[in-house]
Design a protein around this ligand. Structure first.
Ligand code: NAP
Length: 240
């Protein structure tokens, strides 16, 4: 029977590529999104992938969303915590709201979603959890204390949960993308983007598929000996 996979932020950008690759590999996929109904409907119609509206920053919404997905598709084998947002600004200019939204959406979501699936994975002695971090969680970035703190937190969360899941067949890993050509990076002004690309040794932005291929390995049944690791996929921009 094919495995059931949830991808948060699975309807756009990197998550969209992961959802599509998993479906092509015969997984039953649930793609989660929160706000952009139009993009989600288009994605669902084009791919035939089941789409669920769940705000991953909200604990109760995650519990209810997981219950709905399990009713529709079956028990969860794979969870990819990919949903993320930016609210950039230097610390002096950063509002409490921008701090909290980024922490809750990027890091709180990992707690909310993992908490809702971990019992079932442990009971069934199989689980694959992949958390999407960032080069900017590894190296820091000017104007991103909120985002860098959240992404850096993901790497600690991953290593701790990996230790808890290891004896029960549940692996937990992180992927740290560099700069990838999605809507998130489209928000970066052209002059700054040109400077960023100049610092990437392979000489280009990543594609969503570059990241999805790494996730595909980590969620596979064959990757059972890989846990607590961070896979950096960044064109050589930061060697960590
Ligand atoms: P994106 O194109 O902006 O897409 C973000 C996705 O997350 C969308 O599907 C969005 O849903 C969903 N989302 C946002 N807030 C949510 C919430 N509260 N609940 C549920 N879903 C929510 O982003 P991306 O560039 O593909 O980035 C994906 C992940 O990779 C993020 O964690 C990001 O931090 C990380 N990353 C990206 C880059 C990069 O260069 N792009 C680099 C390093 C790390 P809606 O459509 O409803 O808004």
């Amino acid at each position: 029977m094919s495995r059931v996979a949830i991808i948060t932020g699975g309807t756009r950008g990197i998550g969209k590529a992961i959802s599509i690759m998993l479906k092509a590999a015969d997984y039953q996929v649930a793609a989660i999104y929160a706000h952009n109904d139009q993009a989600a409907e288009k994605f669902g119609a084009e791919t035939g992938i089941a789409v669920f509206k769940v705000d991953v920053s909200d604990y109760a919404d995650c519990e209810n969303g997981i219950a709905k997905i399990e009713t529709a598709l079956g028990f969860i084998d794979v969870l990819v915590n990919n949903a993320g947002i930016t609210r950039d600004g230097t610390l002096q200019r950063l509002s409490k709201q921008s701090w909290q939204e980024v922490i809750d959406t990027n890091l709180g979501s990992c707690f909310n979603m993992c908490h809702a699936v971990i019992d079932g994975m442990r009971e069934r002695r199989f689980g694959r959890i992949v958390n999407i971090g960032s080069i900017n969680g590894q190296a820091g970035q000017y104007g991103q204390v909120n985002y860098a703190a959240a992404k850096s937190g993901i790497h600690g969360f991953t290593k701790a949960l990996a230790q808890e899941g290891a004896s029960r067949g549940v692996t937990v890993n992180a992927v740290a993308p560099g700069y990838v050509n999605t809507d998130m990076v489209a928000a970066v002004p052209d002059n700054i983007l040109a400077k960023i690309i100049a610092k990437i040794p392979v000489g280009r932005l990543g594609t969503p598929e570059d990241i999805a291929r790494g996730v595909m390995f980590l969620v596979s049944d064959e990757a059972g000996f890989v846990t607590g690791s961070t896979m950096s996929i960044n064109g050589g921009q930061h060697m960590y």
